[in-house]
Every structure is written in structure tokens, then in C-alpha cells.
Design a protein around this ligand. Structure first.
Ligand SMILES: Nc1nc2c(c(=O)[nH]1)N[C@H]1C(S)=C(S)[C@@H](COP(=O)(O)OP(=O)(O)OC[C@H]3O[C@@H](n4cnc5c(=O)[nH]c(N)nc54)[C@H](O)[C@@H]3O)O[C@H]1N2
Ligand SMILES: Nc1nc2c(c(=O)[nH]1)N[C@H]1C(S)=C(S)[C@@H](COP(=O)(O)OP(=O)(O)OC[C@H]3O[C@@H](n4cnc5c(=O)[nH]c(N)nc54)[C@H](O)[C@@H]3O)O[C@H]1N2
Ligand code: SF4
Ligand SMILES: [Mo]
Length: 682
């Protein structure tokens, strides 16, 4: 048995260092690295099972060619050279007839390695195909909101929490999605009595441990943040010196916006008690180093950008952006300045037609001149995770669409493919990583032999590039040499990384030695007033107003959807592990007891969730984890697991106010009993 130090590649802010135990090339067990300060010797409950993921009997082991109707899941095994020849011959023919825009590479984040994630993008960039506007299903809204307010720069170091005297988890269930920060914060709470506040419409696992839990009404975070600012100003707790020195436009916000957000009106909008709002403001106002962990949860709705931006302005009022252990943390990656273009944009046109990640269905069904005729999906399962999932499936079912899916598993999306290629997992690949929620960089080497004939994203991108006649050097380099390209022209701590230590697998700390939070906005200050937003016709100052489309939907339907991460699943990436499927349980929804009683429903019932977009079936749980008027559906589960359908069949593909992101939670619906006789066959 051999131990190999590797890096977790799942889409997660923590980027753990892991120890893989391998016997004769076979992965036996994975555990957290005890010698990595942030990982601190433990992996999460999902990754503790990654040996089951890698060795799952459900993995695809050879390339497959479709041998039945699209969606049927009928395939025949073929050889790699046959598969690659067929793919590239079809692409060449389609490009010859319709031009490169008829091809779309749809690759995302399930492998966080800079090579395995980046080179697939590099392939399609170099081919000049239609280009994916990636990440709108996830973080483009929060990222845009942060960028216009703070600038494209990383936030607070999560490890600075040892200096914090208050942590606020605002729209983030840290016990699910950021377990290493959560563990550090809890340790500070135990050691020093540092209080933790949780602001979330769901009484999450994190909320249950909090000193103060605020069950906020969905989509009202901007109002709460403005209500807190109102009290800080009222009580003389605003840091005037900091505001004058480091921020722009606060005086106008103070004059025109804050007077509207009295505690009483804030309570009315947010559904919170005045006493709780006062308590939050007092805790925040008196703290010396309050750290706000901004979650993406508050941005997955129509006015999500406004919500995140407003909360990110709070440390500008307290001045905590200048204090170690204070400020705000959304993401850190923007401060790791590597030469990403070397991998992601080796050649190809500077701009081309864009396809929004969350509107795949519409793109496949409606795009013309030319229509999308070839689709390559990698590390992404859009028929489950993309809103308007019905449209995605209708698009994928098009007989004249040539679809290739590269995945370790035969996903719901792969079932529609003409060619399925077996993907190697991260434990079977070499790659360079940098965290997006901490300041660490690390090389992760291949620990296990790829199962069957599985090949990595990097390897397949190179093989396809070669057959397509692309000559860029990066398509010929071995992984380590390709990784070195990332350092050419790099700046900051990442550029300084000692290559010998790096490639020996040592974690490299890449935190900047900051005198305080830098601002990379046009003014160089924290922007309460944003000219960039004004130019886009958006409110230049933080504010909260009711969204008119949401208000109309709320009149038509009685329940609002709340989406939240699964504790034992992350989207569909672990659905090949039967143990974790069982831990997560039969795909379910949760109703407040009052809403369940009103509909004559009880826990364990199979229920129908429906709206104008369709209907799906889930198993009902009833408890007060959520407020009346809301239905919680954790995660997105494959149709094979659910009673019928998947939650994104009910979700709209409307864009958020900033970053053209997904608005899963701007979804209204109703729930009713679902007798077996009424259910469609799957
Ligand atoms: N309703 C609703 N929908 C949501 C969300 C929500 O909150 N609510 N959240 C959204 C968010 S935040 C995100 S990020 C998206 C995620 O959506 P997706 O990106 O579709 O994520 P996964 O379902 O995890 O699918 C990843 C796929 O990659 C495969 N994979 C894993 N490793 C590799 C690899 O190394 N190579 C290749 N080729 N494949 C690999 C996995 O088997 C899996 O099939 O979902 C979004 N969808
Ligand atoms: N276990 C697990 N871990 C994961 C994932 C997973 O699916 N499962 N997904 C990974 C990915 S791809 C991502 S992008 C990150 C995302 O991780 P986070 O940034 O934590 O974001 P979300 O998971 O979308 O939502 C977090 C919380 O926001 C709450 N919320 C929803 N609406 C509102 C609102 O209007 N206001 C407030 N204050 N709170 C609200 C939800 O109830 C939920 O508890 O997590 C990553 N880690
Ligand atoms: S916490 Fe995140 S980075 Fe760490 S092992 Fe789990 S998924 Fe991977
Ligand atoms: Mo995400």
C-alpha cells in the first residue's frame, strides 16, 4: 500500500489536500491531509467516500456509440480511436458546411484543476466555435456584484478568522459548503467565545449551531443590510474616518436610501423581528473585527446582485475591511494572478458568438445562423442542473444534433449523447490547483490507474486538438510542462511559488500580505455609488424594491422555491456512490407543517410539485426548518432517483440583475398529493 498526496478537485471552496491510499494502482481510501493547515486532517463526508466514487460499478469504462433512440441509454462499446475519429470527422464536416459557430463546447467545473478544466475551454477557443458564457448557473451574479462594488480581487482570508470577534454566515450553509472555514469558526467560538450569526431562510445545520439565527424572507437581504446601516448611523457606530478615506458615495446613500430602512420597515420587508435586527446591528456595530462570509444563496434570484452588493458594503460602514479578521469573503481566486490564457485561450478569435450556460435549452432549440449542430459536454450535467431542464432535454433530443459527452458516469445528459467518452476522475489525473475560497495552491499528482479505458479531460482535449489540426504548443505538452506555462507573466505570491516544492506536492500559501482589503473598482475605493451600474441602467446605489415579475408570480402561486445544497450530494457529482445516495435519502422537498396541513399532506407522502413549466414528483418531509410559503428542495437529483422529473424542470431561465446568472429561487409553484395512478411513467 502506497500513500500519495493529492488535491481534491471537486467544485468546493476548500480545495483540500488529501492523502490517497493506493494498492497496486487501485484507490483504497482517501483522507484529509494532517499536514495542511487549512485541511487540518479531515475531508468532508462526501470525499471520505471518493474511493467508492472512483471504484463505482456504475462508471463508464470504454467509449460508447449510441445504439437506440436519444435518451434511451442504449449504447455499444467502441474503441477510442474509432470514437475520436468519428467525433473529429463529424466536426470537420459540420464546420465545413456551417462554420465553426455551429459547434459548442459546454464544459464546466467538476474538475477544478487548472489543466483539466482549462484545456477543454482552450480546445474550443482555438477552434473558434460558439463560446460558452460559463458559470451563469453558479457564480456570475455574485462575482459581478462583488466586482462592481469591491473590484476583481479576492476577499478576506478565511484563516484570518483567528483574529475575528464575530462571524456572519450570510446566505451560506457553511456546515455544508465550506466545512473547513466552519470548523475554524467553531473552534474560535469554543476557544474564545466568538459569536456566529447565520442569516438564511432555512434553519440549516449551521443555523442550529449559531448564537443568533435570522430566518430572513428569501430575496430581502439588501433591505436587511440597509436596515443595519441605518442603525449604525443612528447610533453613531459608522466609522466616519474609514468612510471618508476608502469609500465612494456613502453620503448620497445616507441621504437618499438609509432613511427608508427604519427598523420597522426593514422588519416588514424581511419578515424578521425588530428586536433581532437591532441585535444584529448592535453586534456588528460593536465588533472590532467582524467577518462576513457571503454565500451565493442570496444571489440565486432576480435581484440577487443587488443583495450581495449591499451586504458587501457593510464592512465599508464599519471600517472592518481595514482590520485583520474583519471584512468579507466571497471568493479568493481573483487574487491568484496566473497566466490562465496559456491554457484557456491558446489561439482563436478574441470574440465569437456566446451561449449563456443557463440557456442551453434555448440555444439548442432556437439559435439560428447557424444553429448549434455539434455539442461537446464535459464535467457538466445540464439536463439536471440547468434551469428549464425540459427545454435542455428537448434540445438534446434533436435528431440533427451531434452530441458528445465526456463523463465518468452515464449521466442523464450522457443518455442523449451520440458518443460517450469515459472520463478519468481527479484521482486518476495530474493537475495544478488553486483554491477559490482560500489562499492555497498545490500540485496534485495522479494517484490511481484510470479505471477501464478512462482518459482525463486534458488528455482528450489534446487528442481532439491534434486530430483537428491545431498546432498550439499547449496541445502537445505533458501536464507538468503545461502547468509551467501558467507561471509565464504571472504576478503576486502565486508567481513566486517555488517550483521544486510545488511539484513535490507541497501546499503553497499564496495569501497577499495586505494592509487591508484592496479595492479594484474604477475609483479605487469601495463603491457605494457605482457609475458602472448606472451605465447599465441599474440602480447605482444599494436599495431594495420588490421585483415586479416575482410579485406577479407570488400572486398566482402559493409557494416559493428555496434551493439549497445537498449535505451528502453536490449537484450530481456524487450520484454514482450508492452510500451517499442513501445518506442523502430519496429526493425530497420540505414544507412547513402549516402548509402541509393546509393541503392534507403528511411526511412520507409522494407529492406533485407543479407550475406553468411542468410537474415533478418528490417525497415530502414536514418540519419547521423552513417558513410557511416556501418549499425547500435540496440539491438537484438525477431522474433515475426521483419519483419523476427533476427540480430544474420547474425553474425559470430568467437572468439575475447582474452577471446574467440563474434565478432558481424566482420560481413559484404549488404542491398536491400524487396518487400512483396519476403519475407519468419515467
Ligand atoms: N435548482 C438549482 N439548480 C442548480 C443550483 C441550485 O442551487 N439550484 N446550483 C447550480 C450550481 S452552483 C452549479 S455549480 C451547477 C453544477 O452543475 P454541473 O456542472 O452540471 O454539476 P454536476 O451535477 O456536479 O455535474 C458534473 C458532472 O461532471 C462529471 N465529472 C466529474 N469529474 C469529472 C472529470 O474529471 N471530467 C469530466 N469530463 N467529468 C467529470 C460528474 O460525473 C458529473 O456528471 O448546478 C447549478 N444548478
Ligand atoms: N455539500 C455540498 N457542498 C457544495 C455544493 C453542494 O451542492 N453540496 N455545491 C458547491 C458549489 S458548485 C457551490 S457554487 C457552492 C455554493 O455554496 P454557497 O455559497 O453556500 O451557496 P448555496 O449553496 O447556493 O446556498 C447557501 C444557502 O443560502 C440560503 N439562501 C437561499 N436564498 C437565500 C436568501 O434569499 N437570503 C439568504 N440570506 N440566504 C439564502 C440557502 O438556504 C442555503 O442555506 O457550494 C459548493 N459546495
Ligand atoms: S471539503 Fe471540499 S475540498 Fe475538502 S474534501 Fe470535501 S469537497 Fe473536497
Ligand atoms: Mo456552483
Amino acid at each position: 500500500m502506497k500513500s500519495v498526496r493529492v488535491v481534491c478537485a471537486h467544485d468546493c471552496p476548500d480545495m483540500c489536500s488529501l492523502i490517497a491510499h493506493v494498492d497496486d494502482g487501485k484507490l483504497v481510501r482517501v483522507q484529509g491531509d494532517p499536514d495542511h493547515p487549512y485541511t487540518a486532517g479531515f475531508a468532508c463526508g462526501k470525499v471520505n467516500r471518493d474511493a467508492d466514487l472512483v471504484n463505482s460499478p456504475e462508471r463508464v469504462l470504454t467509449p460508447l456509440r449510441r445504439d437506440g433512440p436519444k435518451g434511451s441509454g442504449q449504447f455499444k462499446s467502441i474503441r477510442w480511436d474509432e470514437a475520436l475519429d468519428e467525433v473529429t470527422e463529424r466536426w470537420k464536416a459540420i464546420i465545413g458546411e456551417s462554420g465553426p459557430l455551429a459547434v459548442l463546447g459546454y464544459a464546466y467545473s467538476a474538475h477544478q484543476g487548472l489543466l483539466n478544466r482549462g484545456l477543454v475551454l482552450g480546445l474550443f477557443h482555438a477552434l473558434g466555435t460558439s463560446r460558452l458564457q460559463a458559470g451563469t448557473v453558479c457564480d456570475t451574479c455574485c462575482e459581478t456584484a462583488w466586482d462592481v462594488t469591491v473590484g476583481p480581487v479576492g476577499g478576506a482570508d478565511p484563516e484570518s478568522v483567528v483574529h475575528s470577534d464575530l462571524v456572519i454566515a450570510w446566505g451560506a450553509d457553511l456546515a455544508a459548503t465550506n466545512v473547513h472555514f466552519w470548523a475554524l469558526a467553531e473552534e474560535q467560538k469554543k476557544k474564545r467565545g466568538m459569536p456566529i450569526v447565520v442569516i438564511d431562510p432555512r434553519r440549516t445545520r449551521s443555523a442550529k449551531q449559531a448564537d443568533l439565527y435570522l430566518p430572513i424572507r428569501i430575496g430581502t437581504d439588501a433591505a436587511l443590510a440597509l436596515g443595519v446601516m441605518h442603525i449604525l448611523v443612528r447610533d453613531g457606530l459608522a466609522n466616519r474616518e474609514y468612510i471618508a478615506r476608502r469609500t465612494l458615495g456613502f453620503d448620497q446613500v445616507e441621504r437618499e436610501i438609509l432613511p427608508k430602512f427604519t427598523p420597522a420597515r426593514t422588519a416588514e420587508i424581511t419578515g424578521l423581528a425588530v428586536a433581532d435586527i437591532e441585535k444584529l446591528a448592535a453586534m456588528y456595530g460593536r465588533a472590532k473585527a467582524a467577518l462576513i462570509r457571503l454565500g451565493e444563496g442570496m444571489t440565486r434570484l432576480a435581484q440577487g446582485g443587488q443583495a450581495l452588493r449591499t451586504v458587501a458594503l457593510l464592512p465599508g460602514v464599519s471600517g472592518h475591511y481595514d482590520v485583520k479578521g474583519g471584512g468579507a469573503l466571497l471568493l479568493t481566486a481573483a487574487s491568484c494572478d496566473l497566466n490562465y490564457a496559456a491554457i484557456r485561450r491558446p489561439s482563436g478569435p478574441a470574440s465569437t458568438r456566446l451561449v449563456n450556460h443557463l440557456r442551453l435549452g434555448e440555444a439548442l432549440l432556437e439559435m439560428r445562423d447557424p444553429p448549434i449542430r455539434a455539442l461537446y459536454v464535459s464535467a457538466n450535467n445540464p439536463s439536471v442542473t440547468c434551469p428549464e431542464a425540459h427545454k435542455v432535454r428537448q434540445g438534446l433530443a434533436r435528431e440533427d444534433l451531434f452530441t458528445v459527452v465526456h463523463d465518468p458516469f452515464l449521466t442523464d445528459t450522457a443518455r442523449y449523447a451520440d458518443i460517450v467518452l469515459p472520463a478519468a476522475s481527479y484521482l486518476e489525473t495530474d493537475d495544478l490547483y488553486r483554491a477559490y475560497g482560500a489562499y492555497w495552491m498545490q500540485w496534485g499528482q495522479q494517484a490511481a490507474k484510470p479505471r477501464g479505458e478512462a482518459r482525463s479531460n486534458f488528455d482528450v482535449a489534446q487528442a481532439l486538438a491534434k486530430r483537428m489540426g491545431l498546432n498550439d504548443r499547449v496541445f502537445t505538452l505533458p501536464p507538468k510542462e503545461a502547468a509551467l506555462e501558467l507561471f509565464k507573466g504571472a504576478t503576486g505570491p502565486a508567481a513566486q511559488a517555488n517550483r521544486e516544492k510545488l511539484f513535490a506536492g507541497e501546499p503553497i500559501h499564496i495569501a497577499h500580505d495586505w494592509p487591508g482589503q484592496p479595492f479594484k473598482t474604477p475609483s479605487g475605493k469601495l463603491e457605494f455609488y457605482s457609475e458602472q451600474l448606472a451605465k447599465q441602467g441599474l440602480p447605482p446605489m444599494p436599495d431594495w424594491t420588490e421585483d415586479p415579475i416575482e410579485a406577479a408570480d407570488a400572486k398566482k402561486w402559493p409557494l416559493r422555491l428555496l434551493t439549497a445544497p445537498g449535505y451528502f450530494q453536490a449537484h450530481t457529482a456524487f450520484s454514482g456512490v450508492s452510500f451517499l445516495r442513501q445518506r442523502e435519502g430519496k429526493p425530497f422537498c420540505i414544507l412547513n407543517p402549516a402548509d402541509a396541513a393546509q393541503r392534507g399532506l403528511k411526511a412520507g407522502d409522494t407529492v406533485r410539485l407543479f407550475n406553468d413549466r411542468g410537474e415533478i414528483g418528490l417525497v415530502l418531509q414536514v418540519n419547521d426548518e423552513i417558513q410557511p410559503g416556501v418549499v425547500l428542495v435540496p440539491g438537484q437529483r438525477p431522474t433515475s432517483e426521483t419519483v419523476s422529473g427533476t427540480i430544474n424542470m420547474l425553474c425559470s431561465d430568467r437572468y439575475t440583475d447582474m452577471g446574467e446568472g440563474a434565478t432558481y429561487q424566482s420560481t413559484w409553484l404549488d404542491i398536491a398529493p400524487w396518487p400512483v395512478s396519476d403519475r407519468p411513467s419515467q
